[in-house]
Design a binder for this molecule. Sequence first.
Ligand SMILES: N[C@@H](CCC(=O)N[C@@H](CS)C(=O)NCC(=O)O)C(=O)O
Length: 314
Amino acid sequence: MQIYSFVGSQWAGVVHLALAEKGFAQGKDYDITEVDLGKKLAVPIFFTAPFVNKTTTRRAGNADNFDPAYLDINPNGTVPSLTAPSLPRPLIDSVDILRHLDGLRPETARRRPPLVPLDAASRDRGQQLIDLVHSPQLDTNILFFRARDAAELGARTKSWHKGFIDTRQRRLEEEHAAHPAHPFYGPKLEENGVIHAQYAAAAGVRANDNDAFFARSRELHREFADGMARLETLLVLPFAAGASLSEADLHLAPWLSHAMVAADSDIHQVQDFTALEKTIARSNPGFHVGPRTRQWWKTLASETSFQQVFPHLH
Ligand SMILES: N[C@@H](CCC(=O)N[C@@H](CS)C(=O)NCC(=O)O)C(=O)O
């Protein structure tokens, strides 16, 4: 199997957790191609992870998910993807990839039940949780790239965020010019262009209406907080969807880790929610990560697969 992944991708993290949980071995059962979503070396230390090793194939590092050759594998231009000779076409979504891996080895290395729960109640609850963290409401890019005022925007434009957005925009412009009829590039340019224009305006490149952007960003943060409150009510405990580890845990964990990183948490303090609370509380006074979410996170952090893939937050 060939896994297309990126260290800074939360949804690739789902696949790495599933591979670890099922005991698949890199180099034997699967190989990794690292698809750099940004620019090589222009991302900070948290975009390193134990699964990027000497056998990992790395490409140039230039928003490579927008390479037409990669779009032939995954027309959404996202990671993760999985290809295998036995599959009629690539799998291009973390939900499908996890379920495929689960089907290959229904019993885990530690003789646990399948990751897709056998009982309907846990399966349905798990699906609700998966849908929630994959929804636009809980998109961690809100925390990473949005800005609620001039100070936050200024900070973004002075850090790696701007380089990341600029690299994407440049690559999209180049590919759009080279392949004007390709259906991917036009809409994606517009999507990335929203943040790109704001960062460019903040850097004094051109004037822009920042106020509407700031207001929308505050609104999105408030909705994000509502989503976290919903998560708090949906968690079953001790694991996300019931008594044993399941696919829902493996989707929630990378999402929460990524949210904490986006809020500038100390990546070695896995249990410290202070930075995340502080960030969200700027638009939602009094925001706290709930006790059930904290309890679940502690349970997850004691899992071997979690410790393997998340020796620190990323
Ligand atoms: N539904 C997809 C979402 C994948 C996704 O959005 N991946 C992000 C990284 S975590 C990505 O590749 N973003 C690149 C982009 O949108 O340009 C999945 O679960 O696999």
